[in-house]
Write a protein that binds this ligand. Sequence first.
Ligand SMILES: *Cc1c(COP(=O)(O)O)cnc(C)c1O
Length: 463
Amino acid sequence: MRYLSTRGTAPTLGFRDVTLAGLASDGGLYIPEAWPQFGADEIAAMAGLSYAETAVRVMLPFVGDDLSEDELRDLCTQAYGRFAHAAVTPLVQLDQRHWLLELFHGPTLAFKDVALQLLGLLFEKFLTGSSTHLTIVGATSGDTGSAAIDAVAGRHGVDIFMLHPQGRVSDVQRRQMTTVLAPNVHNIAIDGSFDDAQALVKAMFNDPGFSGRFALSAVNSINWARLMAQIVYYFYAAVRLGAPDRKIAFAVPTGNFGDVFAGYAAARMGLPIERLVVATNVNDILHRALSSGDYSAGTVTPTAAPSMDIQVSSNFERLLFDAGGREGQALAEQMRGFESTRAMRLTNIQQTEAARWLVSDRVDAGEMAQTMRWAAESGQIVDPHTAIGLAAARRAETGVAPIVTLATAHPAKFPDAVERSTGIRPGLPGRVGDLFEREERYDALPADFDAITAYIAERAQPR
Ligand SMILES: *Cc1c(COP(=O)(O)O)cnc(C)c1O
């Protein structure tokens, strides 16, 4: 399997190099040169398999010759062995039509663990025996940071620098990052929004001086390996609900378009997905893009679902590339236009192709709170992000297909918002119980390229 850049000029790479590189050198994102195909028989044969074994089947075509099947199995067994539920990502039924897919049983209580626990192991595997020292730089709206830090803390050959927007992540989210005191972990609170943090990270990758000095790598969902790992749970859930004989719909609370792009990939690989519902909060650029072709960034409104408080959605470029006929040069031009004006129109083909799989919706704070109360009546306490997905799922017209909402975070990550809406304050699971007694460590910096690169250069190891 080879990987292409969405902007058409970076060299094609194999899985190992794509995993270590993150972003492509032409500013694009890597995507498989073709989608592996799974027939009905292969999907049917996944019934009854464990999560780790399903992961091996789904991911094997993507890793090419860089891992043997046994090596991949070993990594999946380790990564998913750290989850607190034996089913790893259990399904919970809400009523005759609605299900939740609980993706938050990993060490940091959000779906990011599903991919990042594996990615941490992949980094270690690919770096063993090489002299490369990786410098991971990432931006987080809360959950990526904690999951990535948990996955690489104390591992050899890697330093991680994680930027979060000061004051815009929940206390639980911040403490899950800042209380990890391993010497290879560096937390930076920037005076700005998540989009500012993300733009700074992108600028570091695109700065030849800086990226020439350090072997930079990404743990944001611009890293293909993350999306690959997320494809697995679409197969796992769909098979349990009757695929390949029955179509399944999914509703996905969306920020950077990574999670829902993994669902799109699953559909392209042959999983019978009836519809993917892209749920946004009031930061609705993706809803506007998918419903009317208008991809124009406004300013970010902070909400109770901070991981969706995003205007520029990094993985949307992968959809535009794949749905738009895979024209790298044309997309590069379209993206350059967007980067200079912060607005663009989708082409007709991008819009029509995307509409074959995706619908979108926008959920405001009132609808979110009401949906939390509706779920609580069935005994399920859901976090604000999950509630937005569920609100969109309840409005979506998906015919007779069961609809699975991805439950992306544990409600205890957002106790204040959950308590305001439901009157119930969710408690942290025992495995993270003393979070509020631990010592915190982080540095606060302005959202300024020179300040941040100087800080990193002082602490990172050159390539
Ligand atoms: C990251 C995150 C999202 C958004 O996922 P994307 O892949 O960025 O679209 C939604 N909910 C939670 C809880 C998250 O942590």
